[in-house]
Ligand binder design. Sequence first.
Ligand code: KG4
Ligand code: ZN
Length: 351
Amino acid sequence: MPLPGSTDPLVLGIETSCDETGVALVSGYELLVDSVASSMDEHARFGGIIPEIASRAHLEAMIPTIRRALGTAGVGLEQVDAIAVTAGPGLVGPLTIGASAAKALAVALDRPLYGVNHVIGHAVVDELVDGPFPERVLALVVSGGHSSLLRIDDTVEVTELGSTLDDAAGEAFDKVGRLLGLPYPGGPHIDRLAREGDPEAIRFPRGLTAAKDQAAHATDFSFSGLKTAVARWVEAREDAGLEIPLHDVAASFAAAVADVLTAKAIAACKAHGVDTLVVGGGFSANSQLRDMAALRCEEAGITLRIPPIRYCTDNGAMIAALGSALVRRGRPASSLDLPVDSSMPLTQVLV
Ligand code: KG4
Ligand code: ZN
């Protein structure tokens, strides 16, 4: 039943697509609690997420994280009106743990279950911060696994405009971090170094921005050439016995990524006549991207919506927010035997 004083259904969201076990409660556009447990410390020494370790960690963290969320919000399980869970994309083992927990709750409480798309959750979470989306927005979702440009109508109707042809933005940061000898994940370390470097020190390539790419790939991204260019530049310095100016390499690399992401997103807004750009996903924590997006959107007269960093990385709030949007629109719930889908298409918002 809706909480006292509210007519909005109370949605419990569960996220387990990667290494974060996230549980959140959302009522309408209001976030009551967002509880997250991470297994990142257990993966760092392997230089990447180990799915089996993540699955085991989700299994151990699931019930304590649900209990903590309910306790913090002062809500009983019987007050929950609907369960939303990440159905994909993500790692199959971790997704299965979250889906199993969500199904068990849905059956035990006799409540509807919504299997939702993780990537779309990264955009829609912004409704909890900046309020309902206007009729049409453009979304740039950038994470360790995705760099996508989407047109979103009525919050839940998604058209995919483009995506990365090779590495995602966060993935490119993590790979460059490795070649610079930084701890995993390298993204936040490069961000920190870049803040003290000169973004114009080295002119790294901007993938798929040449005139010849504009026709076929105006809204697609490619970061693997950039990653290789950084590797070549660093190797050449090492071969010459010169020191690597880490701050300048980081700043010039980060500037190249932010330049391409923001230029393409703003061009797409103009091409589609959309005046609001939503930026989400773990990589939208990146300060070079945030700064450049703010500057360029202001110049272009585009309203920029980027949630605070704690809602950019994986969490349950994004899943509860998307569940809430679907419940509000009266969308039919998923079947209790819904499958998880590691490569769930971005146009599929709900299973
Ligand atoms: O969305 P997310 O938490 O997980 C995925 O669904 O992939 O994104 C994690 C990615 C990692 O590649 C991480 O290095 C990157 O986001 N990241 C950053 C920053 N914070 C996280 N990259 C650059 N700068 C940051 N501040
Ligand atoms: Zn994510």
